[in-house]
Design a protein around this ligand. Sequence first.
Ligand SMILES: Cc1cc2nc3c(=O)[nH]c(=O)nc-3n(C[C@H](O)[C@H](O)[C@H](O)COP(=O)(O)OP(=O)(O)OC[C@H]3O[C@@H](n4cnc5c(N)ncnc54)[C@H](O)[C@@H]3O)c2cc1C
Length: 392
Amino acid sequence: MRVGVVGAGIGGLAVAAGLQRAGAEVTVFERAQPRSDEGSGLSLFGNGLAALDALGLRAARRDRGIVSSGESGGVIASGAAGQRAPDGRLLSRLPSSVAATVVVVHRSELRHLLLSAVAPGTVTTGDAVTGVDAAGRTVMVSGRSQEFDVVVAADGIRSRLRAGWPGDPGMRYSGYRAWRGVTAEPVDVGGVVGETVGRGMRFGIAPIDGGTRSGCVYWFAAISGPAVREPSSDDLGRFAGWHDPIPALLAATPPPDRQGLPIEELAGRVSSFRRGRCVLLGDAAHAMTPNLGQGGNQALEDAATLGVLLSGLGRVDGRGIDAALTAYDRLRRPRTQRVARQAALLGQVLQAAGPVSSRLRDAALRLAPERVVARQLLAVQRWSPPGPAPGL
Ligand SMILES: Cc1cc2nc3c(=O)[nH]c(=O)nc-3n(C[C@H](O)[C@H](O)[C@H](O)COP(=O)(O)OP(=O)(O)OC[C@H]3O[C@@H](n4cnc5c(N)ncnc54)[C@H](O)[C@@H]3O)c2cc1C
């Protein structure tokens, strides 16, 4: 079976690895030139790790130190982890059962893991795809057309391929912008990890757990306000009076390593992840706000699911391929759209900007029973790959 994948982000590389493992002949088209390190971090949760395992990457990720504390049997230090007020008061503790499921990686670490799992020559860079036909089999790329048995559109939130589908919801601005970065050197945060919530402002602290940047600290800041294309770095000055180690983390991150961006999401639900033989995957299918840290994890789930569903099907088995793509839409659409909705709602609460609404939010964080919070956060992560032929 010949598969064309559009985009070499987390989703595109993961699905290429999974499909090659399933016996497909895969070409990945990436419009950008090879990137150097993407300067930020990413939280992988139990579901994303399970998806990497389903893609055959369990041993490789463990070799790179991409292992949650629950898996490593290490001490789960969630004592000072949780949500805080800007003066440092702990409002709620991160349940240790949730802390055990997370690993924070530098994005380049995940990228290298996925790249090492695809055969050399699979990814062609500087190749922009401009469209796909209605049958979902012929892509237009750099002025020529190429035919495949399946096309995977993993071309991100501004997906060119999705834009050509009927009923594309397009994107919308969430109401807040973000800054993210990784300190140049390891920083001791004294166990102070998690998120600090102010009025229309948040700051997240997530030390990197494994790999070459272990001990460096991934941080992010979210600020409510009107949409701007390129946020001003003055934004970060507004965190100057916040508790330690926030000012120290900003000081330890050189300005070129800080990236500001508007937070966007799909403006509505895509009515199907499949059109003919083309399927949407990752942000192209379900771009969501980052409040649950699930966008990349869901892309990995998509990739593992498609890998299982298409495994063992040859190019002559057209009916089998069609049935697998229908099953992919059925399995992935409801789940990812539910997670996107939850992430958007959480963002509205956490970004509360008014004096009353932010006090109510803080009270809710203080009063929410730890076991209820744990149940909700673990429910988001509940996922396992489908069996070889679910419902085909
Ligand atoms: C502030 C922030 C924090 C986040 N934190 C987390 C987190 O902790 N955990 C988590 O799981 N997720 C997180 N996310 C979400 C996560 O980053 C995304 O969901 C994920 O990167 C999506 O991957 P993707 O492969 O679908 O898309 P992308 O990474 O956008 O990749 C798309 C690729 O397609 C290429 N492309 C686009 N158009 C074309 C074309 N026409 N032809 C060829 N190539 C094309 C692009 O160049 C790009 O390489 C966060 C997001 C933000 C903004």
